[in-house]
Design a protein around this ligand. Structure first.
Ligand code: GZL
Length: 314
């Protein structure tokens, strides 16, 4: 359950437990706030002393926080890399200080895999594939697949933070799963940085340029909520006039799915706090941990019985 959304600096009370320095990227979405709440609650419940730093969406703030964790001689460092590149130097400093590093939620590119102990988070490529699988099913049912020439399915993609493994992975998985279906074409792709305000602004501008497209694929629910606002203002019925596929599965997206304003919601699980604390404790004991742990995720669509979907907690 994600009970807290505010972020705070400084160590929480812990009774002599390990000290985990954690660099979170910010509070850009309901998903992120839930992820933070999960980490803070799990630390309290597991007696981990948490030094929590909010980077306000800036990689340089993450690097500064990680450097302060090293100076503080924490037992373990955990972080969400806002973008995939640029971490090798600070990771080398942590390794030289003998502090193991746990990468969470988003992945990094590194020249030396020994620079971090392991990763736990979501499978962004699979999330992108699931978005494509839904569209293949949706348009097959609409008869597009039966016709030899296959009516064009024109897609606008509103992607996440540029350079983040999540935006790169969702885009790659989506394109991979549509590669053998040339009638599906991405006519425009643009980053909305996972922000609702940018989703709204981008869609409002695009609707002045594009009038004929069948699908919007949005990399997160926050941007999708802005996209829905812009469509309604333009007299477009999202989910009916245009198929909407979105990722995260925050409550507002499930509610929109129930209203028929969204057609498919792909879950991206933010509640990794307990697993992070368990892995941090193992690292503090000098144990090895798995290099790659993907959390369980599901897909909700208009073809499902949505009455049984439990409250999302974010
Ligand atoms: C996904 C996570 C993304 C979410 C967004 O693993 O990194 O960042 O999809 C969040 O809502 O801002």
């Amino acid at each position: 359950q994600c009970v807290r959304s505010e972020t705070h600096q400084g160590a929480t009370s812990g009774q002599g437990g390990i000290i985990l320095g954690f660099s979170q990227i910010g509070a850009e979405s309901a998903w992120r706030k839930c992820n933070t709440g999960s980490i803070q609650q799990a630390a309290e419940e597991s007696g981990v002393q948490l030094l929590f730093a909010n980077a306000e969406q800036k990689q340089e703030n993450q690097i500064k926080a990680m450097r302060s964790f090293i100076a503080y001689q924490v037992d373990v460092i955990g972080f969400v890399p806002i973008v995939a590149d640029g971490w090798d130097n600070i990771l080398r400093e942590a390794m030289d200080a003998g502090i193991p590093v746990l990468v969470t939620d988003r992945k990094i590119h590194t020249e030396d895999d020994r620079l971090y102990a392991g990763f736990i988070g979501t499978d962004s490529e699979q999330e992108g594939r699931e978005a494509a699988f839904f569209l293949l099913k949706k348009f097959a049912r609409l008869g597009n697949q039966d016709e030899a020439d296959g009516k064009p399915v024109r897609i606008i993609e509103i992607s996440g933070t540029e350079g983040s493994s999540v935006a790169l992975g969702r885009a790659a998985g989506f394109r991979e799963a549509l590669a053998d279906h040339p009638e599906f074409t991405i006519i425009h792709s643009q980053s909305g940085d996972f922000l609702r305000s940018k989703g709204y602004e981008i869609m409002r501008n695009l609707l002045e340029v594009y009038s004929d497209f069948e699908v919007v694929f949005s990399h997160n629910d926050g941007m999708t909520l802005g996209i829905l606002d812009a469509m309604r203002e333009a007299g477009i019925r999202p989910g009916k006039d245009v198929v909407i596929v979105t990722i995260d599965a925050e409550q507002a997206a499930i509610d929109a799915l129930r209203r028929g304003e969204v057609n498919c919601v792909i879950e991206c699980n933010p509640k990794t706090g307990p697993a992070i604390m368990s892995l941090a404790k193992r690292l503090a004991q000098g144990e090895k941990i798995p290099r790659l742990l993907h959390v369980d995720e599901t897909v909700f669509s208009e073809y499902d019985d949505l009455s049984s979907v439990a409250p999302r907690g974010y």
